[in-house]
Design a protein around this ligand. Structure first.
Ligand SMILES: Cc1cc2nc3c(=O)[nH]c(=O)nc-3n(C[C@H](O)[C@H](O)[C@H](O)COP(=O)(O)OP(=O)(O)OC[C@H]3O[C@@H](n4cnc5c(N)ncnc54)[C@H](O)[C@@H]3O)c2cc1C
Length: 413
């Protein structure tokens, strides 16, 4: 192996959905910057075809606003191949007849090519991002686990290695982007604290087989055990499929995960109801612990946080990655210009601008993701009344509905 790169303008630590997306945006919008991406796990070979496990995977709803960004990056054709369009969203409260239906046809202002968004399995999204990266000048270091970071006046000095038996290397960068996920060890090294609320819930995730076509409908269903989302997926081998995400209390989640498939199938059907027809198959449930985790600082001199390490949200409204994409875009816009980024006063100003421009959308999206599940799982009659009135308002007042869809579709307000 040739001696790895030693100095770059921007070093991104973490090659997950956030880090990989930012790297693509930087190389597209800020070609003057040299960028390195360090990921502790090996990435699949760029030539490898997308491998999709059938029935045990997480999927991501990508909103219309985010698709516009991916289109600018030239990734829309690849995304379209592996995703299912969302033509409409149906929000309902189990046990109550009122519900809201939002369609792309009605909401042209916030749709993309006639859809409100798409749903793609993460197992397909990751390789699409990584294959696109392999065709850019971004220096990809993987496997490369960053073990320590030392801040200097002109930037960051990172120590990394490819594994326990491998030599350690140093990399200096004018700007350090931390994208190493929720609870980020790197942030802790930097003394960045988090405000965290544990929801005592798990997001149970699986793929279900449907007897009939989903027709591009994304269902958001609020049940007494927590919100359930059923998201359209592309059919495979003649099987209609949907991704199910059910946020339910820890204890119930444990019991559900231990159920055999036939019992699990009955339970999922009973809890979700029949709006999407009969469930004919359900893969194993994977549980993801849920919390709200917000970094107290998202940027400081020579450092910026992106993705789950900056804000980890309840997945109820499918907002986390979409919010991150808007952050990445704004950061890339703040760093455009002729000067390479060097731990300077000018760079600090750009980060300030970035922070200011992102604060409103972040607060709104965090509040939306935090309050909706609490409101919709409450058995309190006053809160039940409030949510029924909310549904009625969304049904009857077009501007309210347009605002709601605009937020949900990733355009902000
Ligand atoms: C159940 C569920 C469903 C969701 N559904 C949606 C949805 O429908 N729509 C939506 O917009 N969002 C959704 N989200 C949110 C979305 O998944 C996150 O926004 C996304 O995963 C952010 O990823 P990340 O890159 O920040 O973190 P991660 O995916 O955790 O990536 C961090 C990366 O950093 C690497 N790393 C860590 N430490 C180091 C180190 N020291 N050195 C080098 N590399 C390191 C890790 O290996 C990893 O690859 C959902 C979340 C959950 C939990």
């Amino acid at each position: 192996m040739s001696e790895p790169v030693q100095k770059v303008d921007v070093a991104i630590v973490g090659g997950g959905m956030a880090g990989a997306s930012l790297a693509l945006m930087l190389t597209h919008f800020c070609p003057q910057l040299s960028v390195a991406l360090l990921e502790q796990r090996a990435l699949p070979d760029a030539s490898a075809s997308v491998q999709l496990p059938s029935f045990d995977t997480r999927a991501t709803a990508i909103a219309a606003g985010s698709l516009q960004l991916f289109q600018q990056l030239g990734l829309w054709p690849a995304l379209r191949e592996y995703s299912a369009p969302i033509q409409s969203i149906q929000v309902s409260d189990k046990g109550h007849s009122l519900g809201v239906s939002l369609s792309a046809r009605e909401q042209e202002r916030v749709s993309f090519e006639g859809m409100l968004g798409v749903v793609i399995e993460n197992a397909a999204l990751g390789p699409i991002l990584h294959r696109a990266l392999a065709e850019t000048p971004v220096k990809i270091l993987a496997p490369a686990r960053v073990s320590s970071v030392h801040m200097e006046a002109a930037g960051a000095m990172l120590r990394w290695s490819a594994g326990e038996q491998s030599p350690e290397y140093c990399l200096t960068s004018g700007l350090l982007v931390v994208a190493d996920g929720v609870g980020s060890p790197l942030c802790r090294q930097l003394g960045i604290e988090f405000d965290t609320i544990k929801y005592q819930q798990r997001a149970l995730v699986t793929t279900v087989g449907l007897q009939r076509d989903h027709g591009g409908v994304a269902f958001e269903r609020f049940t007494n055990s927590g919100p359930m989302a059923l998201l359209p997926l592309p059919s495979r081998e003649g099987q209609h499929r949907a991704a199910l995400v059910w946020a339910c209390p820890d204890k119930e989640a444990e019991a559900l995960c231990a159920m055999p498939e036939d019992e699990r199938l009955r339970r999922l059907q009973k809890s979700f109801g029949w709006r999407a027809g009969r469930f004919v198959r359900a893969g194993a449930l994977q549980g993801h612990p849920l919390s709200l985790s917000l970094a107290r600082e998202q940027w400081r001199r020579n450092v910026v946080l992106i993705g789950n390490c900056a804000h980890f949200l309840h997945p109820v409204a499918g907002q986390g990655f979409n919010l991150t994409l808007r952050d990445c875009y704004t950061l890339a816009q703040a760093l455009t210009g002729e000067q390479p980024v060097q731990g300077s006063q000018a760079q600090l100003k750009r980060l300030q601008t970035y922070g200011r421009n992102r604060s409103f959308d972040q607060q709104l999206t965090v509040g939306f993701s935090d309050r909706i599940p609490a409101l919709f799982t409450s058995g309190n009659p006053i809160q039940q009344f409030v949510r029924q009135m909310g549904m009625l308002g969304l049904t009857l007042v077009p501007p309210l509905r347009a605002q709601f869809v605009s937020q949900a579709a990733g355009f902000g307000l």
